[in-house]
Design a protein around this ligand. Structure first.
Ligand SMILES: Cc1cc2nc3c(=O)[nH]c(=O)nc-3n(C[C@H](O)[C@H](O)[C@H](O)COP(=O)(O)OP(=O)(O)OC[C@H]3O[C@@H](n4cnc5c(N)ncnc54)[C@H](O)[C@@H]3O)c2cc1C
Length: 268
């Protein structure tokens, strides 16, 4: 299908992008990789009247270690994150996730900032951000990841606010991300991420609700000395996963337990 008519401008700096968004009004939108927005526009599920193209905003395309943190610019493409030596060394779980996003086209065009702003329940990086207590930095404020994702496709962003970077804690220890999907390039029906920190294991789940979740029940059992099979029995506690054409809620609960156990066993 053909998208509804819209106006279009290109920005080459954050300042310019924010000014153009402000002038566009509430129906204006950023376009980054276009991998989520364009399909929605073609189906006319989204009909922005104005698009601000941020592909020329080079100042948002970077990966910087900064003390105990890894700062990742919003315009970092999935393929860059998957191949980056810095990401592989400082936060290998992010590289592992990036290598599993969609297909080659999606990884070549899609951006980290786009995944955060789009806030699909099946998005992969948001799970990592929530489980590690990352921070989303916009043109005007810093938002803890656990407050950034508010509901399905809903974030704390204002209509004229730009995601500029995500600040992740560095984590080099044992880790694994497993996602269950029917075809290699599909989104996760359920995903489970595990990362060992000095303080213990962090566990996150993808697509077990409208926003990513940190599986604190599993973390607490592991800290208390439980083996993975016993700890992972708590993976879906308190969660209300969706039922859809791909999986029932009951099947998602089962997947959460199995994938978390496997991820822990493989990481260890
Ligand atoms: C076939 C297919 C498979 C996919 N599989 C996966 C998968 O397995 N895992 C996964 O995580 N994702 C997956 N995706 C989505 C992919 O990761 C997209 O790249 C991502 O969701 C959006 O990034 P984008 O740069 O393309 O953003 P766009 O499509 O350009 O924009 C998406 C939304 O974010 C907003 N936006 C973009 N950048 C910013 C910014 N810097 N500040 C504020 N708002 C912004 C836009 O206005 C729009 O509302 C898949 C997509 C497709 C088409």
């Amino acid at each position: 299908m053909i998208p509804a008519a819209f106006e279009y401008s290109r920005a080459t700096s954050v300042k310019q992008a924010v000014a153009q968004l402000g002038a566009a009004g509430p129906e204006g939108k950023v376009i980054a990789g276009g991998q989520s927005l364009l399909p929605l526009m073609r189906l006319r599920l989204s009909q922005p009247t104005y698009l601000v193209d941020v592909n020329g905003v080079r100042e948002l395309d970077y990966i910087h270690p900064d003390g105990q943190f890894l700062r990742v610019g919003a315009m970092s493409r999935h393929v860059t994150l998957a191949r980056s030596e810095v990401v592989r060394a400082q936060l290998p779980l992010l590289a592992e996730m990036a290598s599993q996003v969609g297909d080659a086209q999606v990884r070549t065009r899609g951006t980290l900032g786009g995944v955060f702003a789009h806030a699909d329940a099946a998005g992969d990086y948001p799970t990592l951000a929530v489980m590690l207590d990352a921070t989303v930095v916009t043109d005007r404020r810093r938002i803890p990841a656990r407050e950034f994702f508010q509901h399905l496709f809903t974030t704390a962003l204002e209509s004229d606010e730009l995601v500029c970077e995500v600040v992740f804690p560095i984590a080099r220890g044992p880790h694994r991300y497993l996602k269950f999907r029917r075809r290699l390039y599909d989104w996760a029906i359920v995903g489970a991420a595990v990362q060992q920190l000095d303080s213990g294991w962090r566990v996150g789940l993808t697509h077990m609700g409208p926003t990513p979740v940190r599986a604190t029940g599993v973390e607490e059992r592991l800290s208390a000395g439980a083996a993975p099979p016993e700890a992972c029995a708590a993976a879906a506690d308190g969660l209300e996963p969706p039922s859809d054409v791909r999986a029932s809620a009951a099947y998602r609960r089962h997947l959460a337990q199995v994938l978390t156990r496997r991820a822990l066993e493989q990481a260890a």
